[in-house]
Design a protein. Sequence first.
Length: 107
Amino acid sequence: MFAGLDSLLTAKFRADEPGEALLVMKGDSIVYTKCIGLADLKTREEITTNTLFNLGSISKTFVANGILILKEEGKLTISDPMSMYFPEFKSREIADAVTITHLLAHT
């Protein structure tokens, strides 16, 4: 089922270079995982499913920019509640109270 994805990842990432970890879920089940490459070039530590990647802070800028582009295009407002985009969120009360503004400002 994921042979093509396996081939693509193996072609893009080498085991002796910085790599990636990928997890695909369907519902509550993990249907695919793939770890390839090194987490640390000095120690040669391989990437595993437990590797922590320090990328959250830089990716926030790109996500915020994408959201503001969607706002400019009239596709959303920053006062939209989470429940508009995540109707399956377990706590409806929280999903109704938290807006895109809250997420962008981390409040």
